[in-house]
Design a protein around this ligand. Structure first.
Ligand code: LLP
Length: 463
């Protein structure tokens, strides 16, 4: 097979003419508030500020590349989700999007719960003082040690993901003299992506237990017979970066259907359903995400309607947004290093980070925006590809974007909406030092995850 013969993948070769792209924005200095954290703005001198601090000052103090996280925006988004769902529902922040001890404290203070999916995330949560009963433990292959720890500390729920786990968790809890609250994660036959959902190709995945073929019903049957666990509900997560509520609607309907079947067969009304995370954010001006109150209303209406139709009391709903809370709150700040104009082909702008701090472009073909933030420029727009410093042609940060044509080495550029799945998926490829996360709020900036050092790299290398 000669398809994608180049090791960098098909993207390496897709040379497109300028006419192919959308027209550049009228003014490259304007920052679209949809994609930037809330306290980001451009001041009169032309430099961009976040939390009242100029990015040029931040770069001097903390270096580049670095993630800058707008703490008040993060907290406001937590509150917006909590208020939208109200006291009758639970919002679990999905820690995989980005987790640190400071983040855990903010979540705790803003009244959110936390979804963790590994022993490491659990440790971070507990160390920062999140009460165990506000933690949900996820994962398709939790180790025995992880389950033991979760049960021992008393997490609020473990989301069971397989038939083996139903028995495993029950045995462990019994051995520890506990009764663990659990949900069963089901695959509802919906696989949702950004703008569409596909009602096929869904059971072919490693997560959950299929509703199809009565498997989820069988899982409930088994869970109800075991003493070590208390089945409190059904969980469904249909995908990520979703804008279309239709997928959630199908998912909610199918989960409620299962609740009705459980009631009919066992005379038990399971009190909770969790509809997972996956709500999309704006990475570029073309994206139009839903607000938390719209999402809460849409989900609440579907569940209420379906339960009324089935004669069930409406269960307590929970959701698990990760990206929708932290994603928009941070940007990555880079310094421009080299600029190559390849005549008739493309302009490459290289920055001091790359796929080690943002793997999403290479991995998912994700789209990002970028802006010159250290100064204002009224130069003509130029179409560029922003790339990193790694030894890999696929090391792309922003595939196609417009930056001013007077861009020069030493300029600072920023990529917004990198709060989710960038630091948390960062790597040490080429022995890159993972960038710090700096929280900015009301004119003060503080490191919440420090930059890695070469000593950190050598510490793990035992020689
Ligand atoms: N709940 C469960 C059970 C999940 O598996 C996930 C994400 C979430 C909640 C949170 O989803 P969110 O609201 O953040 O979309 N690395 C990928 C995303 C993978 C998400 C995996 N699960 C990315 O960078 O787009």
């Amino acid at each position: 097979m000669s398809r994608s013969a180049h090791p960098a993948g098909p993207r390496h070769a897709d040379v497109l003419t300028e006419g192919h792209y959308a027209a550049p924005p009228a003014d490259l200095n304007v920052l679209d508030e949809k994609v930037w954290a809330r306290t980001v703005s451009r001041d009169d001198d032309g430099a961009v500020t976040v939390g009242g601090i100029e990015v040029t000052r931040l770069a001097e103090e903390f270096g580049t590349p670095a993630y800058f996280l707008d703490e008040s925006d993060f907290r406001a988004r937590c509150r917006a989700w909590a208020d939208a769902f109200g006291p009758g529902a639970d919002v679990f922040y999905a820690g995989k999007a980005f987790l640190s001890r400071a983040v855990v404290r903010w979540l705790k203070e803003e009244g959110l719960n936390l979804d963790v999916c590994s022993g490491g995330e659990l440790t971070t949560a507990l160390d920062a003082g999140m009460p165990a009963e506000r933690i949900a433990f996820h994962g398709n292959n939790k180790t025995v040690a992880e389950i033991e720890r979760a049960v021992q500390v008393g997490v609020g729920r473990i989301v069971l993901d397989s038939f083996q786990e139903i028995v495993r968790v029950s045995h462990i809890a019994q051995r520890l003299g506990k009764r663990q609250r659990v949900q069963i994660r089901v695959t509802v036959g919906v696989e949702a992506h950004t703008h569409e959902f596909i009602a096929t190709a869904h059971e072919d995945q490693k997560f959950g237990i299929a509703l199809a073929g009565g498997q989820a019903a069988e899982a409930v049957r088994r869970a109800l017979t075991l003493d070590g666990i208390e089945l409190i509900g059904i969980h469904s997560h249909i995908g990520s970066q979703i804008f279309d509520m239709a997928g959630f609607e199908v998912s909610a309907r199918r989960v409620v259907q299962l609740l009705a079947e459980v009631r009919d067969e066992h005379g038990v009304e399971l009190p909770e359903i969790d509809l997972g995370g996956g709500l999309g954010i704006a990475y570029t001006s073309d994206d139009d995400p839903r607000e938390p109150h719209e999402i809460a209303k849409a989900l609440g209406d579907i569940v209420t309607r379906e339960c009324e139709a089935a004669g069930l009391a409406t269960p307590r709903i929970s959701v698990e947004p990760g990206r929708a809370i932290v994603g928009p709150t941070a940007f990555t700040l880079y310094e421009v290093g080299t600029i190559k104009h390849l005549e008739g082909l493309r302009t490459y702008v290289s920055v001091d980070g790359g796929m080690s701090d943002n793997i999403r472009t290479a991995l998912y073909d994700a789209e990002y925006s970028v802006a010159l933030v250290s100064r204002r420029s009224d130069a003509e727009p130029m179409l560029v590809r922003v790339v990193g410093k790694h030894c890999e042609s696929g090391d792309i940060v922003v595939k196609d974007a417009f930056l001013p044509s007077d861009l020069a080495p030493g300029d600072l550029i920023a990529v917004p909406a990198t709060g989710a799945y960038c630091r948390s998926m960062a790597s040490n490829y080429n022995h890159a030092l993972r960038p710090p996360v700096v929280a900015v709020r009301d004119g003060a900036a503080r490191v919440i995850v420090r930059r890695e050092t070469e000593e950190d790299l050598l510490r793990l290398d035992v020689g």
